[in-house]
Design a protein around this ligand. Structure first.
Ligand code: SF4
Length: 316
């Protein structure tokens, strides 16, 4: 047996939030020069980060590592309000690359928090987006839920108003199960159903589900710290199809493909298309008879607005 068909997910790779965040760093380099400071990995992809580092971008986690009066870009995952305040006190110029879909969650967090509503925030502890969103919520009203065990240990007064928010890059199916469980525990839970999972996460998981109906293996290109890429592996496995993640195409052991005839490939929302191109070239050069298939993407061009600090540079 050996690979005969290679199917590319119809929708994969960069989402609008990632395109915007990368543009913002590019335009900031043009406008302010290097070294340019970026707080946290601008997007969770090793190749993108390595490329920017090679061009003079310095990624830091703490504002203490940014010299006074410098420019600092905040990553797509969102940043807690106290960090903006610290930057202001320090006289730093902030260029905010937070994805507008994450900002939307921050606004809802503030609305709930101001009304004294207890907020159940579903997401992965330690993930940058969850840390940022948590910062907009009164700590006495914040309850982080990662799995069903966390739901069982919640202690919120039974007469309290309770709302739910989520990270944008979760598994659609897992989140809907957790929300059902929460509704059982809090019948008046304020929820929209699948909450804040963004269009890009939903579309990439739907595309994997489509592949999983007929593929025997699904390879996901994405970095280990990329939440949405890891969810693609899980989505595939949940549908009973073997799957694994690789950061770079060169990491793939091509002999693995001798055990499968129909293989699917996809990539997370922070993965540049040149990595997928390299993967396909590597597979088709090694297995010359393999046929490659891909349907058109279901996503239309979405363009998010740039922050005012660099908006004059898009036309420049
Ligand atoms: S995955 Fe969704 S929320 Fe995250 S940057 Fe992309 S569009 Fe924005």
């Amino acid at each position: 047996m050996s690979i005969k068909e290679l199917h590319l997910a119809h929708t994969q790779g960069f989402c609008a939030g990632v395109v915007n965040a990368i543009d913002i760093v590019e335009l900031s380099i043009k406008k302010f020069g290097v070294p340019l400071y970026v707080r946290h990995a601008i997007v969770h992809n090793t190749s993108v980060i390595d490329d920017f580092e090679a061009r003079g971008v310095i990624f830091i986690e703490s504002l203490d590592d940014v010299p006074d009066q410098q420019v600092v870009v905040f990553s797509a995952h969102g940043t807690a309000p106290n960090v903006y305040e610290d930057a202001k006190k320090r006289g730093l110029t902030v260029v905010d690359a937070t994805c507008p879909l994450v900002t939307k969650v921050h606004r809802q967090a503030v609305r709930y928090s101001d009304r004294g509503i207890h907020i159940i925030l579903i997401g992965h502890r330690g993930h940058q987006e969850l840390i940022g969103t948590s910062g907009y919520i009164n700590p006495e009203l914040l309850h982080i839920v990662e799995d069903v065990n966390d739901i069982h240990s919640l202690s919120i007064p039974s007469d309290a108003e309770v709302g739910v928010l989520t990270q944008t890059t979760l598994s659609v199916d897992d989140t809907s199960d957790l929300i059902k469980e929460l509704q059982y525990k809090f019948p008046n839970l304020i929820t929209g159903g699948k909450e804040d999972i963004c269009y890009a996460t939903q579309n990439r998981q739907d595309a994997v589900k489509k592949l999983a109906k007929f593929c025997q293996l699904i390879i996901v290109v994405g970095s280990a710290n990329s939440s949405n890429s890891n969810r693609l592996v899980e989505t595939s496995k949940l549908m009973g199809v073997d799957s694994f993640i690789i950061d770079l195409p060169e990491e793939l052991d091509l002999t693995v493909l001798e055990k499968f005839e129909i293989v699917g490939v996809t990539s997370g929302a922070s993965v540049p298309s040149y990595l997928m191109d390299r993967l396909v070239t590597s597979i088709t050069s090694h297995f010359s008879k393999v046929k490659v298939f891909q349907e058109n993407t279901i996503e239309k061009d979405i363009l998010f607005p740039l922050p005012k600090e660099v908006s004059d540079m898009r036309q420049a």
